[in-house]
Design a protein around this ligand. Structure first.
Ligand SMILES: Nc1ncnc2c1ncn2[C@@H]1O[C@H](COP(=O)(O)OP(=O)(O)OP(=O)(O)O)[C@@H](O)[C@H]1O
Length: 914
């Protein structure tokens, strides 16, 4: 357990250079660190708390200087302790004010007595204690104990549960897709029917499939429809809610993201907005947890602010005056302490005067605080009232195990929640997920995706014990085994399969490689993502061949990739002035890279927040219009690619973008890992790889620009010159199973010499700026007909789409596809035009599974935007001549693109309502 705690916040150095000396009381295992005024200020800011787990490193300990955090558990036996007491005193010793921290250690520091030590606060043990409590109370308190410890398929809800819904609910559910509706109805039926039976509902949703939306739907369904007549849950004036839901997530950020959606939905659906029945539309909502960890946008729902509001509102004016005076004294104290710190080297008389003032103000403040407490009563009572009145209580899993909830429900009788919902359940470790179950609720809804990030556990030892497995992942695995062994016919898991985030080209690889082709793109999403308003290609992989990784403390940087990132951002900002950090995300797995990019962005864009840079972990659950991924790892000698190797991490990395995803990496290094190998192989098949090096960065980034939409351009610029020949982009192994693929030949195919990799043979005419690009000519239906593709009157490709999967050989694009009869190595030649295409796939953009069943409007639109032969024609690397033409024509035609706003993200639209 302790090992896990090293991980959660591994490098929070809170105090340093403390002087270790023995506590005068001489308790056997207690040691006191004495810090002076400056450190005291530091300590004040950092709030060391009782039970904080700390790690002490003697300054002179050479051996431990380069200690790796992942090996800390080995060291903790000797250097670990926890804060027993933190005291700030105004006692003067040798003319200095002291603070002291008592740290309980394992009695192993005497050798370091009177030496300087560094002290790191690793984490709070409070969370650990709560997990321990949850584990020990499980079997005694919760009917779900057996299902959790020894699950069988009957413990899980299937979608066969029947429900009836009012007209209002039926109308409400129209906004949801079939999968989501089933999930909502199943969770509803589980909670409302057979309340005495312990059950678990698993909702599995790949990225962007609306997991949060589904949770909001479940809440709405549970809280707005009455089970029985006369049992009005809609009566939010009923002081104590029978129908109360506890909503948890592993992190504060995840809780707040979800809360924003809950708030928007319930406010929007409020029956009478001018006269709402609760603090959030017709319901009461409360967020538990320390205010400093709560997002500003939801802060007014925090328990503390509701308590303050209520207590102040109800206070007589003389008590309000007392509050004001206390706030004034607080400010005065802060100012005096600051002055006192500044005059440390000054006159003794001045210092004494200040000390005297501090003592007087402190005394008055203390007396006032006690008086206020006396007259207004204890906030605990108000806290409990607010909790009891709430329909939805949101908090982290850990906070759900705090005393606050227990205290509020003590003596109320019954089970306080009708249901516990855990979001991001794939990201919390088992014992953490147990925490909210201490409240005896026997209905648990786990929502998440075990294929996205698992709980973060760096400790190898903890991983060995399976600490990084979530409860959801364990259930999932067991149930899958039951299906495999024919113990059950189908998985009792509610699957969400339609995604609303990604451009279909971005979705293609994760869908085929990670979700067995089950992840489909919503049609409306497809249409909007293919819009010509967005001037950039959807999916490209930059092979930064000259990049190299450099170690930077515990992290890595890759300067070449940073240069390329900057070129990309400059171009993106140039083409879309309206774009900012809200729309662009830069994902890197390395902190040092993140810091360096941030610095460069600040320098280049004057701290105007050109893009948000963060780690993939920080991006889980979030989305951006455009995402640039910098992989960093690039080494001459093959070795580990660290964090990058995890499929779950790769999954989250490549599924955050809505319109464009640009991956930057040293492919020769990445290809060593099997998942990256598949990604690169797939990108190569799609012609989405751009090989680049320093001198070409500026040039090569132009390739992210889309060409002008097909019909406009081909009508205004009919081809006058025969299109040139194309050469395939590197040879690919055929569609053999991965294991059989020769990695060497594939890898080497990525590394043609520049002349080898030239993809088009250019005639002089190709340099003519007036000439339409090859792509446009290829979009001309007359030419396409010669390719043997099927078209309707509008030039829309009616041929069945070709699935593309690096995992499933059968699904891989047939190398000798119709109209492209050559083998992979044999370019196919098109009639008299002499256009040589590589073995490329038909149009990716519209070939997603979602689009596969019809020739819908969205599909037509896609085809028109991207050309029937697909974006690949646009993404292939151009010859030098093409590049020049392209660069000039894009600059010229930039005004052709609608510079107006993007389709506004419903969430940002809604954000304004908050
Ligand atoms: N039925 C739907 N109709 C229209 N839009 C939807 C629907 N369901 C979800 N969306 C939209 O899809 C986007 C992603 O939804 P949401 O954030 O709920 O997904 P998620 O599954 O929680 O994503 P992640 O796995 O990345 O956390 C949101 O913009 C949401 O509004």
């Amino acid at each position: 357990m302790v090992a896990q705690e090293w991980i959660n916040s591994p490098n929070k150095e809170k105090f340093h250079q403390l002087h270790l000396r023995k506590f005068p009381g001489d308790y056997k295992k207690y040691w006191e660190f004495v810090v002076y005024l400056e450190e005291c200020q530091l300590a004040k800011q950092l709030h060391p708390k009782e039970n904080d787990l700390v790690f002490l490193v003697p300054e002179n300990n050479e051996e431990k200087k380069d200690l790796e955090w992942s090996h800390l558990e080995d060291a903790c036996e000797y250097y670990c302790g926890y804060i027993h007491k933190f005291r700030r005193t105004s006692v003067m010793r040798n003319g200095k004010t002291e603070c002291s921290v008592s740290i309980q250690t394992q009695d192993n520091l005497p050798v370091n007595l009177n030496e300087l030590v560094k002290c790191f606060v690793i984490s709070s043990l409070v969370t650990t204690q709560r997990k321990l409590k949850a584990m020990s109370l499980l079997s005694g308190r919760n009917q779900l104990a057996r299902a959790i410890l020894n699950p069988n398929p009957m413990d899980f809800c299937t979608k066969d549960l029947l429900t009836t819904a009012s007209e209002r609910i039926v109308a409400y559910l129209k906004d949801f897709n079939e999968d989501q509706k089933k999930a909502i109805e199943t969770a509803y039926a589980m909670v409302k029917h057979s309340s005495s039976v312990a059950k678990i509902c698993l909702i599995h949703g790949p990225p962007g499939t609306g997991k949060s939306k589904t949770i909001v739907g479940i809440l709405y369904r549970l809280l707005t429809e009455n089970q029985k007549r006369g049992h009005s849950d809609e009566n939010s004036n009923a002081k104590i809610k029978q129908n109360r839901v506890l909503v948890c997530a592993p992190s504060n950020a995840a809780v707040d993201e979800l809360m924003k959606k809950i708030i928007l939905e319930f406010k929007e659906k409020c029956k009478d907005r001018k006269n709402p029945m609760g603090n959030c539309g017709d319901i009461n909502l409360v967020r538990l947890g320390p205010e400093k960890s709560i997002n500003n946008e939801v802060l007014r729902f925090s328990l503390d602010s509701q308590v303050n509001h209520r207590m102040k509102k109800d206070l007589p004016s003389h008590v309000q005056e007392m509050h004001k005076r206390k706030e004034f004294l607080d400010r005065q104290l802060d100012e005096l302490s600051r002055q006192r710190a500044l005059c440390r080297g000054g006159r003794e008389s001045q210092r004494q005067e200040l000390d005297g003032k501090i003592a007087r103000v402190s005394k008055e403040r203390q007396e006032l605080a006690s008086k206020i407490k006396e007259v207004q009563g204890r906030p605990q009572k108000t806290q409990s009232i607010i909790i009891l009145e709430s329909h939805v209580i949101c908090c982290t899993l850990s906070t759900s195990g705090g005393l606050l909830l227990e205290a509020a429900f003590r003596g109320q009788g019954g089970v306080p929640f009708s249901c516990v919902i855990v979001d991001e359940a794939g990201q919390s470790c088992e014992v953490e997920t147990l925490t909210p179950l201490i409240h005896r609720c026997n209905k648990l809804v786990l929502v998440g995706d075990p294929k996205q990030l698992p709980p973060t556990v760096i400790s190898v030892k903890a991983q060995d014990y399976g600490y990084d497995q979530s409860m959801m992942a364990r259930f999932h695995k067991l149930l899958e085994e039951s299906v495999e062994h024919n113990m059950i016919g189908r998985l009792p898991v509610l699957q969400l399969t339609i995604q609303y985030r990604m451009h279909p080209d971005i979705c293609l690889f994760p869908s085929s490689y990670i979700y067995d082709g089950t992840l489909k793109t919503n049609r409306g999403t497809e249409t909007s993502r293919c819009s010509s308003d967005w001037p950039f290609q959807p999916y490209l992989v930059f092979d930064v061949g000259d990049g190299s990784e450099r170690r930077d403390n515990d992290s890595y940087v890759n300067v070449q990739e940073i240069k390329l990132v900057m070129e990309l951002i400059k171009l993106i900002k140039d083409k879309r002035r309206d774009i900012n950090f809200r729309n662009i995300g830069i994902i890197t797995h390395y902190k040092a890279q993140k810091t360096m990019i941030q610095k460069d962005l600040d320098k280049e864009f004057d701290r105007k927040g050109a893009a948000e840079v963060d780690t993939v972990d920080a991006f889980q659950g979030r989305q951006k219009d455009c995402v640039i991924v910098t992989c960093v790892r690039a080494s001459a000698t093959q070795g580990s690619i660290g964090f990058l190797a995890s499929l779950q991490r790769l999954n989250v990395t490549i599924t955050r973008a809505k319109y464009s995803l640009f991956i930057l990496g040293h492919l020769r290094t990445l290809v060593e890992n099997r998942h990256w190998y598949h990604l690169i192989q797939d990108a190569q098949k799609r012609g989405a790889i751009i090989k680049t090096c320093d001198k070409n960065y500026r040039h090569d980034v132009m390739k992210i620009l889309k060409l002008k939409p097909l019909l406009q351009r081909s009508l205004t610029h009919p081809p006058t010159v025969a299109p040139e020949a194309y050469r395939p982009q590197g040879g690919l192994p055929s569609s053999k199973q991965d294991s059989e693929l020769s990695k060497t030949s594939f890898a080497s195919s990525l590394y043609h010499s520049p002349s080898d990799s030239k993809e088009a043979t250019v005639t002089d005419a190709a340099k003519d700026p007036e000439r339409p690009p090859n792509q446009d000519r290829l979009r001309d239906p007359r030419l396409l007909r010669r390719l043997g593709l099927a078209f309707d009157a509008q030039g829309i490709n009616l041929r069945e789409p070709q699935p593309l999967s690096p995992q499933h050989s059968g699904a891989a694009p047939p190398l000798g596809a119709p109209g492209c009869p050559g083998s992979p190595q044999e370019p196919c030649t098109i009639g008299q035009q002499g256009v040589t295409l590589n073995n490329h796939t038909p149009h990716m953009q519209c070939d997603s599974p979602a689009a596969s069943t019809d020739t819908s409007t969205s599909k037509e639109k896609c085809d028109q935007e991207e050309g029937v032969l697909g974006h690949r024609r646009e993404t292939r690397a151009l010859s030098e001549g093409d590049q020049e033409w392209w660069a000039s024509s894009h600059t010229k035609r930039n005004s052709d693109w609608d510079e107006g706003g993007l389709e506004e993200d419903s969430s940002s639209k809604k954000r304004r309502v908050l």
